[in-house]
Unconditional design. Structure first.
Ligand code: ZN
Ligand code: ZN
Length: 402
């Protein structure tokens, strides 16, 4: 397993200058014309690996697709939620004789987005992303994937008389041209971009290039990159402390379950066995799930989601954007919502019972917003003293990696 990020060679959508994008980045920042653009790759990014020098210059490359997944897997088929980190690739066509996975190839050569004028012939995938994920992770219906980066990566082959060769190493692969499916067409979806300017007032939006949420210091609005546009999102802050060092983003979700009764704080007191007597006011207090909107290893992720949700912290709407570092929001909203099940399983007093109900459960999101919680610096950690949460700095750097 190798979890290092891939690099993508691309061009600034405004001036065409070369930009090297890290796979984790969703904003293209041009060092030449100084513009920033949100990058939309929906439904998933499609890359190709540039052929290496072993491929003869005048040859037309033939590209074979591979699915790649990266994220956390939570399984609900155990007494407590099990989890692991996944980073795999697998062949996306049913053709024997091709390398089963990409291995280290994407690290050896830069990736590029497929464009209309990309030279080469592309084989379309005939295995769906869902089927491929099952093949990579084993059978089992009760698995939830969070923070997965699903992408399609095309590997080059070339024809040397009648032999097909690996476009990077030049070594022949053990299939011939006639073994490959006849249909050859590059995937249709194209990249699109939105300038990082406030849709309301036109100011430059602030935020790191790997953050899905960016903000306007002029009109105090927050914008979420989703569905090929910038979407207005409500953001609130925890009561701030004078020695706040960093603001950590959390998805604040109000949800409805189909079977389980868990919509008020009174319900949570019962489900999580909180040592508190249920009061009338608890029955009226809406319950919010707080899910980390950042990537961190599964064990900490679940623990923080539990601590934050149990605390039901109150918020203060922002009148002015604080001049403090914002940790990037790099876990998409939809994946935050998927984390509600494992988070609830983690909190439940009767885990087995709750997990069994969750297997049949359906979730509806009633409301969502982003909540920034202030953390102080404490040696090699960021600490939230009121809630007793500490985040090791190196765990934040490593993302999903344990
Ligand atoms: Zn530019
Ligand atoms: Zn604005």
């Amino acid at each position: 397993m190798n979890t290092s990020n891939f690099k993508i060679d691309m061009q600034c959508p405004r001036c065409g200058a070369p930009v090297v994008l890290d796979e984790s980045e969703c904003i293209v920042q041009c060092g030449f014309c100084r513009t920033r653009h949100a990058l939309h790759t929906d439904p998933f990014p499609c890359y190709y690996i540039e052929p290496g020098p072993k491929m003869p210059a005048a040859t037309e490359p033939l590209y074979v697709p591979y699915w790649r997944f990266r994220g956390m897997e939570f399984s609900l088929d155990k007494a407590s939620p099990g989890f692991r980190v996944i980073d795999h690739s697998c062949l996306a066509v049913n053709t024997k004789g091709l390398p089963p996975s990409l291995g280290l190839r994407p690290q050896a050569r830069p990736l590029k987005f497929i464009g209309k004028d990309t030279n080469g012939v592309f084989l379309p995938p005939d295995i769906s992303g869902k089927t491929a994920l099952k093949q990579m992770t084993g059978e089992g219906e009760d698995k939830i994937y969070i923070g997965e980066t699903l992408s399609l990566i095309f590997m080059p082959l070339f024809r040397n008389s009648n032999v097909l060769c690996d476009g990077l190493t030049g070594i022949p692969v053990s299939i011939s041209v006639s073994d490959l499916p006849a249909e050859k067409k590059a995937p249709g979806h194209q990249l699109s971009f939105t300038p990082c300017l406030c849709p309301d007032c036109g100011w430059d939006l602030k935020g790191r290039t790997d953050s899905l949420v960016i903000h306007c210091s002029n009109c105090t609005k927050f914008w979420l990159i989703r569905n090929k546009k910038l979407n207005r999102i409500e953001a609130a802050f925890s009561a701030s402390n004078p020695d706040t060092k960093i603001l950590m983003p959390f998805w604040r979700l109000q949800v409805e379950f189909n079977l389980i009764t868990c919509s008020t704080y009174a319900d949570l007191i019962k489900i999580a066995n909180i040592p508190k007597a249920v009061q009338e006011e608890h029955k009226k207090q809406l319950l919010y799930f707080y899910i980390p909107a950042f990537k961190i290893n599964p064990k900490l992720f679940l623990r923080i989601a539990k601590q934050m949700t149990l605390s039901q912290i109150s918020s203060v709407p922002a009148e002015k954007i604080p001049e403090i570092e914002f940790h990037p929001t790099d876990l998409p909203l939809d994946e935050g919502a998927q984390a509600v099940f494992p988070a609830l399983a983690e909190m439940a007093g009767h885990r087995k019972e709750t997990i069994n109900s969750l297997k049949k459960e359906k979730l509806k999101i009633h409301a969502f917003s982003l909540m920034y919680i202030s953390f102080q610096e404490s040696g090699s950690e960021y600490a939230q003293k009121e809630m007793g949460i500490s985040l090791p700095k190196n765990a934040l750097q490593k993302g999903f990696k344990p």
